[in-house]
Design a protein around this ligand. Structure first.
Ligand code: CP3
Length: 356
């Protein structure tokens, strides 16, 4: 294993206001003085400073579509929480919109698509995505944020996985069971494959454009992978994840298939650098089933409802379970909106102290 010499040591470098490349080193499989830490959904949700920006605007979409504002809230968790990476403030739903299916975000309800895909005729509404045309606001925000970060921490880009985006395009909003989307896989497999392939094409173009615009690492969120059984996952989700891994170039990729820890031996066949795991997946089992990959996760976000002492103890236990190396510290899913930012700070601080 490569030893990090003091002058390259990213912890000291950060303190001196220089480059913190811990995430990129860890994703490259290098040994680091401590694991990097960032938090899924760190931008937005929990920070009062985010809500202050948000309250001045007409809505969420104005924030996502205005690069200066998206840049500002992307930097907030770097400054206010001390995370080792920034993730661009945006949403996975910008991709279906770029394909021709606009979304709305309804306060306290969630995303809604006024039009959905229900038949082959509906596919005619969709078109291929030209990222610099249809998603220019995201790429502008990426360029601006990369410049504003000035190499302090790496910048993560992201997209939803085809199956997860498909879910929203079919259902028109959130769902517990995703039964309409799963019915489509069973009753109209050709239509389902067609739509999933179109999403895959758009996602490949989009992620490559994000790298071009400055993303230094990428995450693919398959948030609803857990709704699929082994046969459906194998046919509809996994081959598209594989295509994205193969065709997106220039930055390490983290694949996070939430609720699909029991599929880790299949996920471990993907040519990506890292796999995200949720808190249902025992770390030792994940290591056994995906021995080559860097693993990201996996503290239960509800741990952060505990006392500071409990948060620190649980973080220590998790670090011990993962052992040294090949670990990017994160929660097992996005941080919940009502979690106290001080508990998130305790979680991050405990990881940082592990390098002392
Ligand atoms: O902190 C970050 O990582 C910021 C960027 C980000 C957002 N959404 C901002 C957002 C990211 C990475 C996402 C990903 C996302 N969006 C996923 C995958 C991750 C996961 O949690 O599984 C999914 C499924 C979505 C779809 C989505 N967008 C939902 C279900 C909602 C409703 C409420 C919520 O907070 O989840 C959104 C809206 C949304 N996206 C908000 C934010 C900050 C809330 C908007 C607001 O009212 O300000």
């Amino acid at each position: 294993m490569a030893r990090v010499e003091p002058e390259q040591n990213s912890i000291f470098a950060t303190e001196m206001g220089e480059k913190n490349t811990l995430l990129l080193q860890a994703l490259a499989g290098e040994m680091t003085p401590r694991p990097p830490v960032w938090v899924m959904r760190q931008a937005g949700r929990i920070l009062p400073e985010y809500r202050a920006v948000r309250s001045r605007l007409s809505g969420f979409k104005e924030l996502v579509e205005t690069p200066e504002l998206a840049c500002e809230v992307t930097l907030q968790p770097v400054d206010l929480l001390g995370v080792d990476a920034a993730i661009l403030f945006s949403d996975i739903l910008v991709v279906p919109e770029a394909m021709g299916l606009p979304y709305e975000l309804i306060e306290k309800v969630g995303p809604r698509f006024p039009e959905t895909i229900g038949s082959a005729a509906d596919l005619k509404r969709l078109h291929p995505v030209e990222p610099e045309e249809h998603l220019k606001y995201v790429l502008d925000a990426m360029r601006m944020t990369r410049r504003a970060l000035d190499e302090r921490v790496p910048l993560i880009g992201f997209a939803g996985a085809p199956w997860t985006i498909f879910c929203y395009m079919i259902e028109g909003g959130g769902s517990k069971e995703w039964s309409r989307a799963r019915r489509m896989l069973r009753s109209e497999p050709a239509l389902a494959e067609d739509l999933l392939d179109r999403i895959t094409e758009a996602t490949i173009a989009y992620l490559n454009a994000q790298v071009e615009a400055g993303a230094q690492a990428l995450q693919l969120f398959d948030s609803w992978a857990g709704a699929l059984d082994a046969t459906l996952f194998e046919r509809y989700s996994l081959p598209r994840l594989r295509r994205i891994c193969e065709e997106v170039k220039g930055a390490p990729l983290i694949v996070f298939a939430k609720g699909a820890g029991w599929q880790l031996d299949r996920l471990a066949t993907l040519p990506c650098q890292a796999l995200g795991i949720d808190w249902h997946t025992p770390v030792a089992e994940a290591r056994r089933r995906a021995p080559e990959h860097v693993l990201q996760g996996n503290l239960d976000p509800s741990t952060l409802y505990g006392t500071e002492t409990e948060v620190r103890a649980a973080t220590q236990r998790m670090l011990k379970d993962f052992g040294r190396g090949k670990h990017v510290v994160n929660l097992g899913h996005g941080v919940y909106p009502d979690i106290d930012p001080d508990r998130v700070r305790a979680f991050i601080d405990e990881v940082k102290r592990s390098g002392d």
